[in-house]
Write a protein of this length. Structure first.
Length: 467
């Protein structure tokens, strides 16, 4: 995401204090007078209408996303305190209780987003991305091979980093002439590659932090591999006709294997922390951000060997604050008013994520529960590739290639991405069937949704839909 700072800063703290003084009496009233059900306009709770306005603002005002998200958080929080109950109470007391339940998720996500930005920089400075082009053939298969490399990189790097690395390599090996259809494929490859890995995409990392098993997410690769073939071959042919690949890129590059080892160590620390906490300390897993602290601890431990790019922290933190604002907004929604989870609903969320940010959509689904998480991971992870602003990876690539900032051109040249999403999702459904996962949390919020019970028979969960 891009953020532009004002040349003249507003006095934010005095304004915030003035707003608190003005709304203090009203907030106190809200604590006592909030109704038990959220107010609605017809069948739709006002909470969702406000949230939809925030997501629309993020989609429309690409250069002001952080301001839109923070303003939306203030508006939704104020509305919830005054008029609509939280899951754990009403008014200010309900908001305080809500934060007590959500703070570990938010802090974990903050540490992981910033930590993975530093990890990605370690990998970039290892010079492996600059060395990779020497592996590519010099025809259309080389263009397809680069997409496959991006796919693999995204499985253990943040998908934004994988997309940027791929776009940088493409700019070199195609002499700066990259087809828009191929740019769409770069974004799709990074999103598809991260969809089945809990360290490959922010949405799957959120699922992991929330308690979803990595094995429940990895099945998304069934659809992701199919999608790579469906969009990858047409995109490679487009690029080869537009500007063929060059062979000599990366010939004289020497890899810093120490930085590669540091990347492996950081990822191993994250996986080990998650496994140990969930196997031996599950009762306190939601009381402290173990995962995020483990990642940052590993980064600091390796700092004497290779200095991390500490200057990456401010931009990564700004992006993390934007995402956390949306996640907190989503966590306050009355999910019991949402349509029941189903394979059709998950597939629809993929199309929605092409327009709206997939982070809050994932937060809503996690709060609601009852999904087959592999299907949801693939839908919200890959679906955003259908438009350039549908995922953070797309926004990042479009910032390097401004010609891609046309929704019409993206759809016209990257038509194969939308086709790949529909076909691969249906292939996954035919192969695996829809298996709603049992609750992954304990406590009152982990009650089995009625739709999970309804879609499960004594013989097991339902399979693919009848033709």
């Amino acid at each position: 995401m891009e953020y532009r700072s004002r040349t003249r800063k507003a006095p934010r703290l005095p304004l915030a204090l003035a707003a608190l003084a003005a709304f203090g009496p009203a907030l106190a009233w809200g604590a006592a007078g909030t109704p038990s059900e959220p107010p609605s306009l017809g069948p739709i709770p006002v909470d969702f209408l406000l949230f939809g306005c925030v997501l629309a603002g993020v989609a429309l005002f690409h250069h002001h996303t952080l301001r839109v998200a923070l303003a939306g958080l203030v508006v939704i929080t104020t509305y919830k305190v005054l008029f609509s109950p939280f899951a754990h109470g009403a008014g200010l007391a309900g908001f305080a209780s809500h934060l007590a339940h959500e703070w570990v998720l938010l802090v974990n996500l903050l540490f992981l987003l910033v930590g993975f930005a530093l990890l990605s920089k370690h990998f970039e400075e290892s010079r492996v991305p600059a060395w990779l082009p020497r592996l590519l053939p010099d025809d259309w298969k080389g263009a397809f091979g680069l997409l496959a490399i991006i796919f693999v990189l995204s499985s253990f790097l943040d998908n934004i980093a994988a997309a940027l690395i791929g776009a940088t390599i493409a700019g070199v090996v195609f002499r700066g002439k990259v087809h828009i259809g191929y740019l769409a494929a770069i974004v799709a490859a990074s999103n598809a590659g991260g969809s089945g890995s809990v360290v490959g995409d922010t949405t799957t990392t959120m699922m992991w932090i929330d308690g979803v098993s990595p094995l429940s997410v990895v099945e998304a690769y069934i659809a992701a591999f199919v999608a790579l073939v469906i969009f990858g071959i047409p995109a490679a042919l487009q690029q080869h006709a537009h500007s063929p690949i060059t062979r000599d890129a990366g010939a004289e590059v020497r890899v810093d294997w120490t930085r590669v080892a540091i990347v492996v160590f950081i990822l191993a620390a994250a996986i080990a922390a998650n496994v140990i906490v969930n196997l031996h300390f599950a009762a306190i897993a939601d009381r402290f951000p173990f995962l995020g602290v483990a990642v940052f601890g590993a980064i600091v431990a390796c700092a004497p060997i290779r200095r991390p790019a500490w200057d990456e922290i401010p931009p990564a933190a700004r992006g993390a604050v934007f995402l956390l604002a949306l996640v907190l907004c989503a966590s306050m929604m009355p999910v019991h008013k949402l349509p029941p989870p189903s394979w059709q609903a998950a597939m629809g969320l993929g199309f929605v994520s092409a327009v709206f940010d997939n982070i809050p959509l994932t937060a809503l689904a996690l709060k609601q529960g009852g999904y087959d998480w592999g299907f949801l991971a693939y839908a919200v992870g890959f679906g955003g590739s259908m438009l350039w602003f549908g995922s953070s990876a797309g926004v990042a690539v479009a910032s390097k290639f401004p010609d891609a900032r046309s929704a019409l051109a993206w759809l016209r040249s990257g038509w194969h991405v939308a086709v790949a999403y529909v076909v691969s999702y249906l292939v996954m459904l035919a192969v695996l069937g829809w298996h709603p996962d049992p609750p992954h949390k304990s406590g009152p919020s982990a009650a089995v949704p009625a739709t999970v019970v309804a879609q499960t028979t004594p013989e097991g969960p339902i399979g693919p839909p009848a033709p």
